[in-house]
Design a protein around this ligand. Structure first.
Ligand code: HEC
Ligand code: HEC
Ligand code: HEC
Length: 113
């Protein structure tokens, strides 16, 4: 096996390992409703973000790949209120400032009210 083929095989294996558990994909829900107290829920389009940051970072560096984990970690004091929000907005701001496709930075772009 030459080096290029070998590298390719390792990359493919790592990709499969990181995305599957016993062969089933674990990408999570396409769309997730995030609670934001009095500010109104945020309907988060999870699926489209997986094309933006294919390795699932920076989000899952901050929180595990579990449903309803944001509220759980906030209750346990492991995440501050608006900590996830600031991470969301930072990326949108940074991409927008570079003139690239980005998500909303205005409150109403994410919050229902
Ligand atoms: C832009 C941020 C972001 C990216 C990128 C992201 N996720 Fe998530 N993911 C979240 C949030 C936020 C939650 C929901 C936490 C909650 O419900 O409290 C979540 C939840 C999940 C869950 C739990 C099940 C569910 O549907 O609620 C899985 C599994 C998951 N993500 C997998 C992935 C994988 C695999 C990738 C990369 C291919 C990825 N995510 C990329 C933010 C992200
Ligand atoms: C990119 C999406 C996004 C934008 C833009 C955004 N938010 Fe948020 N916000 C969230 C998410 C997701 C949460 C829930 C997670 C968290 O608390 O980090 C949240 C949580 C909050 C909370 C916490 C409520 C609570 O008590 O738990 C407040 C208050 C808030 N946002 C106000 C604002 C205001 C004011 C603006 C405009 C200046 C704004 N948000 C813009 C996504 C966003
Ligand atoms: C690493 C960068 C990054 C992070 C982190 C991120 N986003 Fe985004 N977001 C994007 C990009 C890029 C787009 C535009 C995608 C497109 O237009 O194809 C987007 C689009 C969106 C949209 C608009 C979708 C639409 O249909 O127009 C919403 C709402 C959104 N993001 C919410 C969030 C929330 C809530 C979080 C945090 C839980 C978050 N984003 C974290 C990069 C990011």
């Amino acid at each position: 096996m030459n080096k290029l083929v070998c590298f390719g095989a390792i990359t493919v294996s790592l990709f499969l390992l990181s995305n599957t558990s016993f062969g089933a994909p674990v990408k999570g829900a396409e769309s997730i409703l995030l609670k934001a107290g009095s500010k109104g829920d945020v309907l988060f389009p999870h699926g489209i973000h997986q094309g933006v940051t294919v390795d699932c970072q920076p989000c899952h560096g901050l929180l595990p790949k579990e449903s309803a984990i944001v509220g759980k970690m906030q209750t346990e004091g492991k995440l501050q209120k608006k900590e996830v929000m600031n991470m969301c907005r930072e990326c949108h701001k940074e991409l927008a400032s570079k003139g690239e496709r980005a998500g909303p930075t205005a409150c109403a772009g994410c919050h229902e009210k």
